[in-house]
Design a protein around this ligand. Sequence first.
Ligand SMILES: CC(C)(COP(=O)(O)OP(=O)(O)OC[C@H]1O[C@@H](n2cnc3c(N)ncnc32)[C@H](O)[C@@H]1OP(=O)(O)O)[C@@H](O)C(=O)NCCC(=O)NCCS
Length: 199
Amino acid sequence: MVKKMFIETERLILREWTLNDVADQVEGLGNFETAKNLVVPFPYTAKNSVEYIAQHLKNTADNYAFAAQLKEDGKVIGGTNLHIFVDKNSGGIWINENYTGKGFGTELWIARAKFAFETLNLSELHNGFLEFNNRSKHMQEKVGYKIVGKSSMFCPALNRDVVEILTKLTKSDFYEALKSSAKLKAIYDKINIIENADD
Ligand SMILES: CC(C)(COP(=O)(O)OP(=O)(O)OC[C@H]1O[C@@H](n2cnc3c(N)ncnc32)[C@H](O)[C@@H]1OP(=O)(O)O)[C@@H](O)C(=O)NCCC(=O)NCCS
């Protein structure tokens, strides 16, 4: 277990999941347009959510999961996770379909990278996107991710195997991306990582 922490972006608070988040998580991940890009059970039920949250109530040194809560009204509109293995890491992000296209995904990707590189001192992040997920591809490339390979996986929402394009973000490519975009740098500058927050 690690000390409680929060990540604050301009419009979001990223914090540990609680069982009060079940309805918001089911609303977000229960949507086919979201789930078809992810490896989550489908249909995504309250039972799935309770099981996930029960396993992710507290972050540990190799497994972080954050609910993305709107500062404005407290609604959880997305999530992100980061699982650290000895030689690799994995995880991803999602935003409730009703809130996409408003820049929240970009805030979340940058917050995740800042946390990984500056708090956890990782040197690279490993991700991916399904071959038809042009939005995620665009977002990842925007913040500096490079394509490094291909894999195959089963997507429950589509009920078939799909091709995953594997990506990697190095610390230096992330900082290069921030240097080349004042907009991304402004988002990055507003992100605060609050470590060792009191329980
Ligand atoms: C991918 C996802 C996180 C993006 O979240 P979002 O809040 O819509 O992201 P943003 O609004 O910050 O940015 C979306 C970007 O994609 C672009 N975009 C939208 N549709 C696109 C498409 N079909 N092709 C390419 N780019 C697209 C937008 O123009 C925007 O880019 P810009 O900021 O350079 O203009 C969200 O759509 C999602 O959760 N999807 C389902 C789950 C998922 O795919 N997760 C990632 C798994 S790898």
